[in-house]
Structures are given as C-alpha cells and as structure tokens.
Ligand binder design. Structure first.
Ligand SMILES: [Zn+2]
Length: 347
C-alpha cells in the first residue's frame, strides 16, 4: 500500500500514487483466452506477405522483418504545400507535414505477437530498427525518429498482424524533448547521466526489477504513471538503439522478450500496450540521453481500462492507484516461458 506523491525525474512532474484507494489487490483471476486462434495467413490482411494493399501496392513475399512506406502517412513527401494564415490570424502558424512514415512487420506470421516470436526474431527486428533509425535520421529535414507499437483492440488496433510504425518528423515529439532537456540539464549540473541514477536506485531497491541480463534490464519505475508501466533499458547510457553493440543488443532483445512474456502470462492473454522507443533526436547531439523502451499497458485489470480523465487529460499529471512494487511483484511471480509455449500453468 502506498499513498504519496513520487517525482518523475525524466518528465519533471509529480505522480500521485494512491494504492490505498484500490478496492483490493489482484488475486490471480485470469481472462480465459477466449480469443479464437488466428490463422497464420489471412488473404485480406494488408500486412501478410504477397497481399495487395488498399493502395494497390503489393507486399513482398517476405520471410523475416518487412518494412514499407505507410500508404496513408500522417507525414510524408506528398504532403501539400501550405499557405500562410489570413491577415489578422498571425498567432497561428502552419507548415508542411513533411517527413516519412513507415510500417514494420515483425514476421510473416499473422497469428504471432512479439512475445511469442523466437528470441532470434526479436533480435532481427531490433537490428532492422537500428537500420531504420540511421537511414531516416539522416534524411534532410528529419529531426526525430519515433518508433512505436500500438497493440490490442483496446488501443485501437484492429489488425493483429504484429507490426510497429515509424514516424520520422521535422519536429521532436514532446515527451522526448522533455526527457532530453531533463537529462542534459542533469548531466551538466551533476556530471552523471540522470538515467544512471534511476538505474542505480532501481537496482538498489530491487523490488521493481523484472528481467535482468548482464547488459540490459527491465523494471516498473518507482514513479510509474500506469499500473504495469515498464521500462526496458541497456545498462550503459547509449543515445539510441542504433548505438547498442552486438552483445548489448542480444541482452536487450532477451530482456524485452522476457518482459513481454511476463505481461502475457499475467492474465494469460495477449497483453495490450503502447510501446515506444525513446531514442535521441537525430538533429543534433543530446548529452546524457539514455535510450530505453517504455511500455504503457492501458489495463488496470483484465477488462478494466485505466481511464485518463480530469487529472491526466485536463491537469497533465497522473494518478496511479496502484503501487509499482505490488505490480512488479505480480509480474515477477509468473513464469518466464510464454503460456502458449507450455509455460507453467499452460492449458
Ligand atoms: Zn496478416
């Protein structure tokens, strides 16, 4: 039980932790995995290999990771030129939605998720994302490469084919900008990277750690805003995924994989989440920036959404009515083998 405010050093804001209000702790109830098994290939899926998309483009008969330009990009070279706002509206600014948007399919298999893929496929995906960051980050006018996966109908994704998206933009996304400022200022004031202080505190406490390898680890941070909010990070400070060397990437893939398996195993369901790679912007150097992945699951319990409401949407600060220590303990207690692959308690 916890009832206190905790400082979020990366966002430089308070999070209200109020687990005393939660009716009762989660007692092990699980969602029957009612979802019907998916076929490995779906003829009208726009992401399955060889299929024709609505744009008329045909997917390659790919066998591994497959990257293509988004047919309906939010930013892209085809964005129209813009006109200046009419006289008297000088407060408003406008500019072209330039940039690049891509889709990354993790595997030709329609029916698998990142948690269910072999670890070698997770590694291949991360290698592909390293190449994307380098390529898109080097484009003229691109300041930042945002990689994210929205997973599950509850976050609005109707197509279960495992994939993520990349937005390479002419601006730096707000959260990354906020973290970059906090980390640069901390480094200049204290001479140490901020994220190293977070890692030191998490390891010293230990209660919120989830998966560990020599060069990477995952944890629910002390200042988590969502019940199962999880960070996956290399131990050493690297500005981007592309800066991890071979050995670091192997450990990072293992930790990411184990973390996603534990999330699935908790309720024996494909765990919905928004997963974002927090990488340094590509326009200049950002001292002290520590690449990591943040996973934001929207559920508090099976079938029960954490609603963002007055404090979060209106006020801009989060209320978390769970204790990160308790949520981490739940995830530590489940097997590290996926329940569909015969992990303990598999059906
Ligand atoms: Zn598919």
């Amino acid at each position: 039980m916890a009832w206190e405010e905790r400082w979020h050093p990366l966002r430089r804001e308070w999070v209200v932790i109020s687990s005393h209000r939660n009716e009762r702790p989660w007692h092990g109830e699980r969602v029957a995995d009612a979802a019907r098994p998916l076929p490995s290939y779906v003829p009208d899926c726009y992401l399955c290999p060889g299929n024709v998309r609505s744009s008329g483009q045909q997917n390659a008969a790919y066998r591994g990771v497959y990257v293509f330009d988004n047919d309906h990009p939010c930013v892209g070279p085809a964005a129209p030129a813009v006109s200046v706002p009419p006289a008297g509206q000088g407060i408003y600014q406008t500019r072209r939605a330039a940039g690049s948007a891509r889709v990354v399919c993790y595997t030709p298999r329609h029916d698998l998720t990142l948690a269910q893929l072999p670890e070698s496929d997770v590694l291949s995906l991360l290698q592909a994302l390293q190449a994307q960051y380098r390529e898109l980050g080097a484009l003229e006018g691109v300041r930042h490469v945002l990689v994210f996966e929205n997973k599950g109908e509850v976050v609005g994704v109707s197509n279960p084919h495992p994939h993520c998206q990349i937005y390479a933009t002419n601006f730096v996304f707000k959260t990354i900008e906020l973290e970059a400022q906090a980390q640069a200022e901390y480094l200049s004031e204290h001479g140490r990277p901020l994220f190293q202080e977070i890692l030191r505190a998490e390891v010293a406490d230990g209660r919120r750690l989830l998966a560990r390898r020599d060069q990477a680890l995952s944890f629910i941070p002390y200042f988590a805003r969502y019940p199962y909010e999880t960070y996956v990070t290399p131990r050493d400070t690297r500005p981007s995924l592309a800066d991890l060397d071979g050995a670091e990437l192997i450990d990072f893939a293992a930790v990411l994989h184990e973390t996603l398996i534990r999330l699935d195993n908790l309720w024996r369901m494909s765990f919905p989440y928004v997963m974002v790679l927090h990488q340094s912007p590509t326009d200049t150097s950002y001292p002290g920036f520590h690449f990591h992945i943040q996973i934001h699951p929207p559920l508090r319990k099976p079938g029960l959404l954490k609603y963002l409401a007055g404090p979060e949407i209106g006020g801009g600060n989060f209320l978390n009515d769970t204790a990160p220590e308790e949520k981490a303990a739940e995830l530590q207690a489940v097997p590290s083998v996926h329940y569909k692959d015969g992990g303990e308690g598999a059906a």
